[in-house]
Design a protein around this ligand. Sequence first.
Ligand code: BJW
Ligand code: ZN
Length: 245
Amino acid sequence: MSEIGIDPGLLEEARARLKGAVKVAALTGAGISAESGVSTFRGSEGLWEKYRPEELASPEAFQRDPQLVWEWYNWRRGMMIDKMPNPGHLALANLESTHDFTLITQNVDGLHALAGSRNILEIHGSIWRVRCIDCGRQEVNRTAPLPYPPACTQCDGLLRPDVVWFGESLDSDLLARSLASASRAEVMLVVGTSALVHPAAGLAWQARRTGAYLIEINTERTPFSDDAHAVLTGPSGQILPQLIG
Ligand code: BJW
Ligand code: ZN
């Protein structure tokens, strides 16, 4: 075992699989940004120890109390604004130069792009974009905090974070492209996600069904662990550079 508790033989096997593959996909979640200082959603350090998700991350919550929901997003924007990518993000960015690589992320923090990844599918949106609830106009806005109520410059309608809330559909084009990359992948990395939220989590099982070698990287076991070919337990900022570098 190495100092982070990975079986060296398993790490070597996963490295060889990755090296031998042409088409690779990754599904990332909040855990990959934990070492950058961004809180995860669930677990002891999670954002939702204090708030129930459906109280804040749902269209009903926004309808009921837009100010409360904006306070939460403003707090998160403030927390994320100065955060930098960690070695895990950087390792995934490097994979783009050696493989046909698609990065599917559930994260809204923008750290993959900051690390240099280009082929990114942000399936839950971006906390740095806002969208008008009346005319649908979208724009990038990195002001943190945004003064309340944030208003659309085109129609004066109320702006909302351009993220995907519970009960809302994912963008159909992004989802189709994610499914296609998961299905084509010879190796699929599943990094720092609790694998609880669908349809995102289903992408990992989709890759398995279509023959991918699955590598899970997480500090904990997840519902996905039993189905992965290699479970590498530990912080992704330490494991990904060893796997990819
Ligand atoms: C480390 C680490 C380190 C820590 N290194 N690892 C099928 C079955 C059941 C329910 C459904 C279903 N299909 C759809 C649903 C309903 C619902 C759903 O999935 N519910 C489940 C929770 C039960 N899904 C939806 O509503 C989706 N829409 C949809 O399906 O539309 C059609 C439809 C509607 C209604 C019914 C049926 C169909 C939309 C889901 C949108 C999710 N949105 C959020 C908020 C985004 C905006 C924002 O950021 O505010 O997305 S919720 C939140 O969870 C966020 C995340 O992207 C997502 C996933 O979380 P993630 O990334 O996995 O984070 P954590 O915190 O859960 O886990 C962190 C992990 O990291 C842990 O495992 C740690 O161990 C690990 N870790 N440090 C490596 N250093
Ligand atoms: Zn508008």
